[in-house]
Design a protein around this ligand. Sequence first.
Ligand code: BMA
Length: 789
Amino acid sequence: MLNLAGDWVLSHDGRDIPFALPGDGIDALHKAGVIPDPYFGRNEYGLRWISNSTWVARRSFTVPRTDLVLVASMLDTLVSVAVNGVTVLTSDNMFLSHRVDLSGALRVGENEITLTFGNVVEEAARRQAAQRYFVPFSANNTPIHNGNMLRKPSCDFGWDWNIALAPFGVYGDLYLEEAGPRIDHLVISQAHEPGKATVTVEARSEEEGAEVSFALCGVHARAVVRKGVARAVLPVENPALWWPAGQGAQPLHELVVKLGAHRLTRRIGLRQMELVTEKDAVGLGFKFRVNGRDVFAKGANWIPQDALSGRINAEDTRGLLQSAVDANMNMIRVWGGGRYEPTWFYDLCDELGLMVWQDFMFSCHIYPADDAFLSGVAEEVRQNALRLHHHACLAVWCGDNELIGALTWFPETRANRDQYLVGYDRLNRTIEQALKAAVPGAVWWPSSPSPGPMDFGDAWHDDSKGDMHFWSVWHEGRDFDHYRDVSPRFCSEFGFQSYPSMATIRKFADPKDWNIAAPVMESHQKNAGGNARIAETMFRYFRFPVDFENFVYVSQVQQGLAIKTAVTHWRSLRPHCMGTLIWQLNDTWPVCSWASLDHGGNWKLLHHMAKDFFAPVSVSAVPVVGGVELRAVNDTGAPVTLTVVAHAVRMDGQRRELARATIEVAGQAVPALHVAVEDGEMLAFTWEGAGEAGEDLFAPKPFKAYDLLPAKLAHSIKKAGQAFEITVEAQSLALFVSLEADQPGRFSDNAFTLFPGQPARITFTPDHLGPEPRFTLRDLHSATYGKDI
Ligand code: BMA
């Protein structure tokens, strides 16, 4: 194998610029000093010319023979490959992999290979003009137009959280290998019965009559290729089963398949994964069942890890996915406006126990429905299904993101819904059929959100069927309580924005721009009206923060509160509701957004709060007539006995017990207590039992309605190995106490409540060894009243 990754040169204005592949051209131009950092200030707007140009990269290499094959994947996007001036490949779909016979172009000794990246802006416009009818795209999201014409991540053209750069590059494989007998691909399926898993492996190959060997968990088999397939059935007795995080372990076994010298390996987790959608008295249920156990899905939506793919690497991805698991999540939705992730992403999810909801890459636009487009889609689906289907984490394949909604978003689609609905159905059926042809047992869901197969209803507002995207609080400006007016069966998107943390803001804005109306801050907010919505929400719930840094802090507190309101309520509906996926986990660049992690992986306050509200055993406070009901939930799969205690709390921190109860909780939420507090009091509650314990605070009124008292926070710091232990104490009830460090690292807890006389001990683990960190402490009183008023 000869790797062609590494050092290439990119031609620009008569200059040769170093271009490291895999990587993207914008990052290369920045590293070479040709352009400023695209993420700083308002630099983005000066860089649109890059996508409106053609680029050429080249390198040379030496080969001892010419019967070689080029393997290439994730070519972004209009790429033609030439070897010694002979065009060997023309690709216009970033989501395809290629194997190209180079024997006609190579020569023994030195060769030159060039990659020409076509102008995506011009080509997308040309294809739009060639359509039989106008194919609308989400122009609010994508300042670079017609992205729906190209098979490239939709969000590359801009999104309501993304910078619009439409980069070019190569992000996957680029190597030469010897031609020879090989297995083209494997189709792997599992069947389960008590004490036994049966794994069926089909090896597809053109080598008629060749023998193929199979080995898994000590079970061996051989089969001969007949009509292109060698098939083996591998029974595994008493299998060690794979479970989602929080439900059990994630054992993975190596499957080895050999044909002559060609050896393929796959890591297999043995599990039975079902999507159960059954009609019931309410509508259509929606839940995942793993190894026969109903699992409440807790997680978040994944968008590409960086707007510039050249800046993505497996180590950082692991950090983000580990943060998801550390916050008690068990599912990630790979959202349809980004990309099919590289194989190592799914390896990580297998290891971490993160179930993957995999969208096909179609989002929020209308798409062409002509034969040429659809046949490209079918090949894209086939390849990606074959590449990814064996992963234990893979829970469901979903047709697209929000394409049914898009039918109502454009004047053209509203005026001619028949035409666009038929077009949509052609696309959706192409995807479904290509998936099932490649992987017959694949779990399929037509769209997200969807009320169900062949139902084109409004899954943004109808909470009775299928999966829901509930956006009324953010996009329609409803109050947080409105989360409790709906009872989704499974909410696969709902979100509330905040500002990124100060450490992230410092990376793109000078102190003179630390103002929510500064053009730099506005340019790092891509959702029209987003900053106004954040500020308006503060007016509803809080006294206005005293300065910019506290505005950032309160924005994160209110984001956490919004999402906590939704999740605690929807968990308390279990088993009517069986899943909540927050929009969104990560950011592609430093920006105001719905993410719970800052760009780079730092935990925003929401992510700390998620760790608590996603805890396996938890108690939700739900306002009901005459007070508050405390409802207990248990996702562990085994019943627990819990003691729940409720207190009324005054602003000076004094508590009086209201009630207590001991209850048994299994797979269904259980009402534990019904309590009421007096005016000016909040409700504090704890739960304990079977090794599970937690506490929470609920304010029946908006926080601005309480006369908070100065918390007078005091803290001391002790070194504990590589980490630092910070003890924090308050003199009255202190709300959303938060710590920020002047260097990257992880706090054990944040946004917590303090009662006088009950100090909290928080650990800070820095990412790197370095100077002693300095900490900033905040709490709701000091952020909104000023210090000590
Ligand atoms: C959802 C997503 C994205 C979008 C988000 C926030 O519906 O599918 O399209 O970024 O809303 O508006």
